[in-house]
Design a protein around this ligand. Structure first.
Ligand SMILES: C[S@@+](CC[C@H](N)C(=O)[O-])C[C@H]1O[C@@H](n2cnc3c(N)ncnc32)[C@H](O)[C@@H]1O
Ligand code: SF4
Ligand code: SF4
Length: 454
């Protein structure tokens, strides 16, 4: 414990964080002092970086790293990672702290909004072994497919994550679960993100083609009875034209089945029936605004029910996605459409922030430095799944320096380094307009990776 006090004493001297640290040292209600202290340290150093205080980050690292025991690989890695960000390094010695991994392209459904290929392809055993090798350094692992539960090795991934204290989340359609799997997931404290786009059979089955609503309900009931208080259950609802007016019912549905959080995501890309994507195609801006106007109302309902709501729908028609920007009509932008892109930049709050940050060491996005999205093609990794894939032939399939461990080769692949360099130079040509137009408070690229190891 002595080393923790030494670290916290250093942290206390940092402007703006004195009270936070003092509270940690004096609060008798904090039952796991060590975990709490780590949480404060990791949060603090990230907040310093996020606010452009890079010199303080460097000094803090040099002052505290020596007190962190070698065996605490996760904390050492998180600190080194922030130190490298503060130095503007693009080929990182620190390992990824969060990996989002596509384990397979195989899927049992054919959802109307899903552009993913459905193929009988799985990550290799070598990739899996290499991933397990770096788990002692990893804070978060998110698995998604296709449908993750097609992979028979899922049990091993759950066990190894548990053993290595990695906070594991699985995104699933929840239809392939059985009693054994459900009990294992709940015991291992896996955060389960169930994709349910409607609380009503007819809409649900019309979106999730091939799914049976009755099977979903059976499985959700099993999860509800197996869940423990430590478990975290999420519903992810993709909002589109045919279900936008079911959001409130979804909150009640989530409460009924014991979910902790409902995430609302705008549909991205196109569907066969072209009018479903109301967010990107500038089809019905009055509808988008109507949904935006109900934000507070949904928040109130969620509060009343005691569940959390993560509303990623645009809070204003201006914050819609890329295609909306290209088609945006004059009345939606003050200043007209003559110089469309520039006008957007002038009118967009996020971009006002971009020009400010150039002067104060802040980065627009920290995702390329802290985390990695790994598609099934191991050399096409990128910071988050929404980042456009590199189409630059020179970049593709080349890694900067091949390492024994393929996860680490991917981490420092040309594509990842490209994103890091461009973000450092405040160049966003390859960045998604969804990011450039995101409201700052919900922008994933700035998310603090909390000390939430299991
Ligand atoms: C591609 S799926 C893979 C995991 C799993 N098969 C499932 O459906 O949960 C990952 C998540 O993306 C969501 N999704 C699929 N198509 C989408 C789209 N066009 N726009 C936004 N989210 C989408 C799904 O609902 C799901 O929550
Ligand atoms: S279940 Fe998931 S991966 Fe499969 S089609 Fe639906 S959204 Fe796509
Ligand atoms: S701003 Fe968006 S597209 Fe660009 S690196 Fe960050 S997450 Fe990726």
């Amino acid at each position: 414990m002595e080393h923790l006090n030494q670290i916290l004493e250093v942290c206390k001297k940092i402007k703006g964080f004195h009270n936070m640290v003092n509270k940690t040292q004096s609060d008798p209600n904090i039952d796991n002092y060590e975990v709490y202290a780590y949480k404060i340290i990791v949060e603090l150093i990230q907040k310093l970086n996020n606010s452009g205080r890079t010199d303080e980050v460097k000094q803090l690292y040099l002052d505290i790293d020596k007190y962190v025991p070698e065996k605490n690989k996760k904390l050492k890695n998180a600190l080194l990672n922030e130190y490298e960000i503060a130095q503007g390094i693009t080929f990182l010695k620190s390992f990824p702290r969060h990996i989002q991994l596509v384990t397979t392209l195989q899927c049992n459904l054919n959802c109307i909004m899903c552009g993913d290929k459905k193929e009988n392809v799985f990550i290799s055993d070598k990739y899996l072994n290499d991933l397990i090798e770096i788990m002692p350094y990893l804070q978060f692992l998110t698995l998604r497919g296709g449908e993750v539960f097609y992979d028979k090795r899922i049990g091993r991934i759950i066990d190894e994550s548990y053993k290595n204290g990695v906070k594991l989340s699985i995104v699933t359609n929840a239809l392939l679960l059985d009693d054994v799997l459900i009990n294992k997931l709940m015991y291992s404290d896996v955060a389960l993100v169930c994709s349910v786009d409607s609380p009503f059979k007819e809409t649900y089955e019309s979106i999730r083609v091939g799914a049976k609503f009755d099977t979903l309900i059976e499985n959700l009931k099993k999860i509800r009875s197996a869940r423990k208080s430590k478990n975290f259950l999420v519903i992810n609802m993709v909002v589109m034209r045919r279900n936008y007016n079911e959001i409130e019912d979804m909150l009640y549905f989530a409460k009924e089945y014991g979910f902790d959080l409902v995430t609302l995501c705008p549909i991205e890309g196109n569907t066969e029936s072209s009018d479903e994507n109301i967010f990107e195609n500038n089809l019905d801006n009055s509808l988008v605004q109507k949904i935006a106007d109900r934000r507070e109302y949904f928040e109130k309902i969620a509060n009343k029910l005691g569940i959390k709501l993560d509303n990623n729908l645009p809070c204003n028609v201006k914050y819609c996605g890329a295609k909306n920007i290209n088609n945006i009509s004059e009345e939606n932008i003050e200043g007209g459409i003559d110089k469309k892109q520039e006008t957007i930049i002038l009118n967009n709050k996020q971009n006002e922030f971009i020009s400010q940050e150039k002067n104060d060491n802040k980065l627009f996005c920290y995702a390329p430095f802290r985390q990695m999205f790994q598609p099934i093609d191991i050399y096409s990794c990128k910071p988050l799944c929404r980042c456009p894939v590199g189409n630059d032939e020179q970049n593709k399939n080349i890694v900067f320096e091949k390492q024994e461990n393929i996860v680490l080769s991917s981490w420092n692949s040309n594509d990842m380094v490209f994103y890091r360099k461009n973000i450092l130079m405040h160049k966003y040509e390859r960045c998604s307009n969804v990011c450039l137009n995101a409201a700052q408070d919900t922008f994933e690229g700035k998310r603090i990776l909390l000390w939430e190891v299991r």
